[in-house]
Design a protein around this ligand. Structure first.
Ligand code: F6P
Length: 542
């Protein structure tokens, strides 16, 4: 793989020229007026996920140059190297094979290992889900980062598919205020703890695992072997803790790409074996799309290219994700790790400092809540922040046993939800001129203020870009496809930037300094510390 870095390609120079000449000034309203076929031309039907890209600041030439960029940067060759199991995580000399975790038998590397663990895990899952026999009513997943965020995002998203007699809890923070309220109402005999940690050494997870064990023992718990299981690559570490039931995975599964592995155990416990296999199936369908769809209609590829266009040419610093589905409330948090831990990098694969920006800040909240919080800034703030709307056509209320007048009411509310999502992307693009504002009656507006001044406050510049992703329904299969789409999009932008999207050295320094400071909080030893840290240490000990 000797492809040039993005900034050293002809396409990059062409994009720069195109941006100066046309890109910077592109007006979405004019683009739609000029081209009635824009929506059809700029929408993509990928497996389970429809995407409207037409409200992005792009024209045909932009797309053309971006696809050239992907070609010149060898994104397809890099993708194939990942799928083959080459050690593309060069700083750790590891393959990156989360795609193998969801491939059918015989279709990817490490097939026997993957399906061996999957079969064993799903067989175990069914024994726990037989709640009459198992006695389990509560499952507490103890893990952090990639050993928490994926399951914590997926479980509420698939609430309509969940076992009605099992409640899932997630504990991640080393702060005891996380685990204490979770444990308070539980009974040891009804509780299963999953200690989820790739390394089985992570400070927070180990501390919470010990807290859970202390609570279990102190409250008359017996049969630790039945009530504690581990999901880890460090089977010896789990055994040392006293756990005998362990579901393993491998070093080629990155933490933030691990929900498809044994780390998905809480998901499988919530939704059962068949639905878990459907989640994997949806992700695999997206893998196939990413591997084989033509570039011009390859959704993850296009999303990754647009990310580069916005970050490096428009210089937008963040992207907001607004899932219009309350079940997806943890999607922004999940994407923060996926995208920012993957692409928050400042050197290229050769260790050279990058002269251009990489991953944007990713943030958001579910709609409609976000509308009543930060959308003001999206519409009228000084920064342009591209927004990604995720809309889900049909509800799963009926699957959760809702019926009668309540179901009718909730279906009506779903229509309101969709109308809100559509309206926000429309408003961002359309905007409102001062003339329009002046012509309107605004009942709460000051009568004392000059009407022109008031109109300026009530003007929206518009032309603010957004992408809308549409799922027909939030099912295990569609959610699997959506997450895999995000994974490959992050891969694409990382490949274009020429960085290693699969390591996370940036989290190490803080961990090491914490280990140094921990005993100082007891001893008060401030030797060698900077003035601020020494002062804060003293203040915390007072
Ligand atoms: O915060 C760094 C990190 O290594 C993440 O990448 C990972 O998901 C998380 O810690 C948890 O690690 P582990 O699964 O080994 O406990």
């Amino acid at each position: 793989m000797n492809a040039p870095r993005c900034d050293r390609t002809e396409a990059w120079a062409a994009l720069q020229g195109h941006f100066e000449a046309h890109g910077r000034e592109l007006d979405l309203r004019e683009a739609f007026a000029r081209d009635p076929g824009r929506f059809e031309a700029m929408s993509v039907e990928a497996p389970e996920v429809f995407a409207d890209l037409s409200k992005n600041l792009l024209d045909t030439a932009t797309l053309h140059f971006l696809l050239d960029l992907a070609d010149e940067c060898g994104v397809a060759a890099r993708r194939d190297a990942m799928l083959r199991g080459d050690a593309i995580n060069t700083t750790e000399d590891r393959a990156v094979l989360h795609t193998a975790l969801r491939a059918p038998r015989g279709a990817a590397p490490f097939n026997d290992d993957v399906h061996g663990v999957l079969d064993a895990m799903l067989a175990y899952v069914e024994t726990v889900r037989d709640t009459g026999a198992s006695g389990i009513r509560h499952i507490v997943n103890i893990g952090i980062g990639g050993s928490d965020l994926g399951p914590q995002m997926v479980v509420p998203a698939l609430d309509g598919f969940a076992h009605p007699g099992l409640t899932l809890h997630f504990v991640s923070n080393v702060d005891g205020h996380d685990i204490a309220p979770v444990l308070r109402p539980l009974k040891p005999a009804e509780t299963l703890f999953i200690i989820a940690s790739k390394t089985f050494t992570t400070q927070e997870t180990m501390a919470n695992a010990h807290a859970a064990k202390a609570w279990f023992d102190a409250n008359g718990g017996t049969d630790t072997a039945k009530h504690f299981v581990a999901t880890t690559t460090n089977v010896a570490g789990a055994a040392q803790f006293g756990i005998t039931t362990t579901f393993g995975f491998w070093d080629w599964v990155g933490g933030r790409y691990s929900l498809w592995s044994a780390i998905g155990l809480p998901i499988a416990l919530a939704i059962g074996a068949d639905h878990f296999r459907a989640l994997l199936g949806g992700a695999h369908a997206m893998d196939e799309h990413f591997a084989h769809a033509p570039a011009a209609k390859n959704l993850p590829l296009l999303l990754g290219l647009i990310d580069v266009w916005y970050r490096n040419f428009h210089r937008f610093t963040s992207r907001s994700v607004a899932p219009y589905h309350q079940g997806l409330r943890r999607l922004p948090a999940y994407l923060q790790q996926l995208e920012m831990e993957s692409n928050g990098k400042r050197v290229d694969l050769n260790g050279e400092s990058l002269p251009f920006a990489t991953g944007p800040v990713v943030w958001g909240e579910p709609g409609t809540n976000g509308q009543h919080a930060y959308f003001q800034m999206l519409h009228q703030g000084t920064d342009v922040i591209p927004v990604e709307f995720v809309l889900v056509k049909r509800t799963t209320h009926a699957m959760s046993g809702v019926h009668g007048p309540l179901l009718a009411q909730l279906e009506q509310q779903h229509t309101m939800l969709l109308a809100n999502g559509l309206a926000q992307s429309q408003a961002m693009m359309q905007g409102k001129t001062a003339e329009q504002a002046q012509a309107e009656k605004a009942p709460t507006a000051s009568k004392a203020l000059n009407p022109l001044t008031l109109a300026r406050h009530r003007t929206f510049p518009g032309n603010r870009p957004s992408t809308t992703l549409v799922l027909d329904q939030l099912t295990p299969r569609s959610l699997g496809a959506l997450i895999a789409c995000y994974e490959h999009r992050v891969f694409t932008s990382g490949a274009l930037w020429g960085i290693n999207s699969f390591d996370q050295w940036g989290v190490e320094l803080g961990k090491a300094l914490c280990n140094d400071l921990l005993p100082r909080l007891s001893s008060g030893d401030a030797g060698g510390l900077d003035g601020s840290t020494a002062g804060l240490l003293a203040r915390l000990r007072r």
